[in-house]
Design a protein around this ligand. Sequence first.
Ligand code: 2AM
Length: 173
Amino acid sequence: MARLFFALWPDEAARGALAAMSKDLARRCAGRPVPGANLHLTLAFLGEVDASAIPALRHAARPGPTAAFELALDQLGAFARAGVAWAGCRRPPPELLALQAGIVRRLREAGFALDERAFAAHLTLARRIREPLAPEPLEAVRWRVDSFALVESVRGEGAYRTLAEWPLEGGKT
Ligand code: 2AM
């Protein structure tokens, strides 16, 4: 079994800015910063999937024509119950919502089970927070979303491994 999810990975510049923010926010909220290399925005969480299903998953995830777009994270917030503080979008761009909804639809059509909860676009910066954090505006951290990835969360290592990556049009070649 493999613990899998689809996600966006920030580019180097955004990652640097978010990593600095993560340390700051972890201090403010008495939590643990997410290491810079692990910072990502989850599009769809599959949980434990049998490794034999990965080829079908990769096949199902292939996007139709989808253009690259710019993402701006312009808000800080927290999910108290999950104990995470994050950077998110006050108004998620329609391209992000369309990309996410398309992945979820194709996976469901292929028979994969996914969370029924509505998508809440967020990039977790700190975990195990012990102090609350009310939503607050953030000077936007931007990057051009030119691909998305299927990622495995490697148990025990606190690390992620990219299994497949799909470019968006006008993005990576
Ligand atoms: P989080 O950052 O809000 O914790 C790998 O664990 C990724 O999948 C993380 O981004 C995590 O979101 C997300 N994730 C973990 N468990 C999840 C669940 N039950 N439902 C949705 N997303 C989940």
